[in-house]
Design a protein around this ligand. Structure first.
Ligand SMILES: Nc1ncnc2c1ncn2[C@@H]1O[C@H](COP(=O)(O)OP(=O)(O)OP(=O)(O)O)[C@@H](O)[C@H]1O
Ligand SMILES: Nc1nc2c(ncn2[C@@H]2O[C@H](COP(=O)(O)O)[C@@H](O)[C@H]2O)c(=O)[nH]1
Length: 408
């Protein structure tokens, strides 16, 4: 049966979506207009078996048809209610009612560069979820460098010393597992047909042909780590580092160099995991990788792994870890809590969160500053700034300056 087009109305405020509450306990439904499309979030569950998350449907006004979007990213769980407001014409801020701080602020990207790229790849309507976190959070860390330089060794040391701080992004590869490698721990071992299909379906943040095999970082791998509250570590080659740099992930990137080509060769052979032919291939590729890594400005930091312990200490310094910091207790993300609010309005990149219908009836108003957002799908949206305002002290108008701009 064809669904009715959603009813909607403008409430006069710049780009604010109307908010509808469905009385048939189907939860809150919001509709947000972006150009010719209407994005309906929540409400009746679509028949796609995804009933345990906040649903998204898209209505195309130009064709009068409902579109079935490909929904990327980890989806928010359903909630008692939510509000929505359009930001920058490319993403919808969703604030969930009565949600835990870590689960309150979400962005549904509808026309960001990431979503536009995915639309081209998938040739379908695409939206992408990204969870919002307060402040800068801790950027994921990309560690790159030629094969055998010691990336894995350094990452293992870091994970052993700070198991609660860092989480490893488990890549996919078509390479054959080595003796001690475990599926799902060191890599997700897969075959080329499956992996190429998944890449085509937009499941990968980046992928590359490396030393004759296919390797890639799935969006899910990065999200699994961020969802566990840890800082994500990616061990990827230079091509992957370049792709990630051009994505919206916003990472810290570190290139590891060997003290010399001869040392690299010695290490690779001593590891004993590759055949002579494979060692030759990896060494040939190392020349170009070293050139690109050192000269392209692709990396934020370059470390020489000569003495392992010295290099590890330098890595820890770059990552802001030192003897006195209790890194095991650090969390990488900080949520934002708003408990029960009534509605949102947006002006000049500030979102005003209203309580109890009118600002003056409540004790606190929140202003969410979204002017400095960073990152986004396929990862977290960082840079949220929140401030609470007491309307009894300032008056509802107190947050507006003479130019009618909202200020904290
Ligand atoms: N500073 C160092 N001095 C001497 N040997 C080292 C040093 N760092 C690592 N090694 C050794 O070099 C070998 C290669 O290290 P590792 O496997 O960590 O490299 P990698 O960069 O992760 O390689 P790949 O990209 O192929 O996965 C290992 O046997 C490791 O023990
Ligand atoms: N672009 C990507 N490169 C990756 C990924 N996972 C690993 N790698 C790189 O591949 C080589 C070889 O690894 P090995 O385990 O076969 O020795 C190494 O340089 C890794 O950094 C990935 O997801 N994407």
């Amino acid at each position: 049966m064809r669904e009715e087009a959603p009813e909607f109305s403008h409430d006069g405020f710049n780009c604010v979506s109307p908010i509808e509450f469905d009385s048939k306990s189907l939860g809150c439904q919001t509709t947000t207009i972006v150009g010719e499309k209407i994005f309906v979030v929540g409400g009746p569950e679509p028949d796609d078996g995804e009933g345990s998350c906040l649903s998204v449907r898209v209505f195309d006004k130009s064709t009068g048809k409902w579109l079935v979007p490909t929904i990327l990213g980890k989806k928010p769980l359903p909630c008692k209610g939510h509000s929505a407001v359009l930001l920058n014409n490319d993403r919808i801020l969703i604030l969930k009612q009565d949600a835990l701080p870590d689960d309150c602020t979400w962005f549904l990207e509808v026309d960001t560069p990431f979503v536009r790229d995915q639309k081209k790849i998938l040739e379908t309507e695409v939206v992408a979820w990204s969870k919002g976190v307060k402040g800068d959070g801790l950027k994921p860390v990309v560690i790159s460098g030629p094969s055998g330089v010691g990336k894995g060794t350094l990452i293992s040391k870091l994970m052993n010393e700070f198991p609660h701080t860092f989480g490893f992004s488990v890549s996919h590869t078509t390479r054959v597992p080595r003796k001690k490698e475990k599926d799902g721990v060191h890599y997700h071992f897969t075959d080329r047909i499956t992996m190429e299909k998944d890449i085509h379906e937009g499941k990968f943040l980046e992928s590359a042909q490396v030393h004759g095999n296919l390797y890639g970082t799935s969006i899910e791998a990065v999200e699994a780590v961020t969802d566990s509250g840890k800082r994500c570590i990616l061990d990827i080659d230079v091509q992957g580092a370049r792709s990630v740099k051009h994505s919206s992930l916003d990472v810290m990137s570190i290139f590891i160099c060997p003290p010399s080509y001869e040392d690299l060769e010695k290490r690779l052979r001593a590891r004993g995991t590759e055949t002579e032919e494979q060692v030759q291939k990896r060494l040939r590729n190392a020349t170009a990788e070293l050139e690109q890594g050192k000269s392209s400005g692709l990396f934020d930091h370059i470390l020489v792994n000569d003495d392992l312990e010295a290099c590890y200490q330098n890595l820890k310094t770059i990552l802001g870890l030192n003897e006195s910091s209790d890194a095991s207790n650090q969390t990488s993300t900080e949520g934002v809590e708003f408990s029960t609010f009534q509605s949102l309005t947006e002006k000049d990149q500030k979102v005003l969160i209203h309580y109890n219908g009118s600002a003056l009836e409540s004790n606190t108003l929140f202003v969410l500053d979204v002017s400095l957002l960073k990152g986004g799908a396929p990862g977290r949206t960082r840079g949220l700034k929140v401030c609470a305002i007491d309307p009894f002290t300032y008056g509802a108008k107190g947050i507006l300056n003479n130019n009618n701009e909202i200020h904290c």
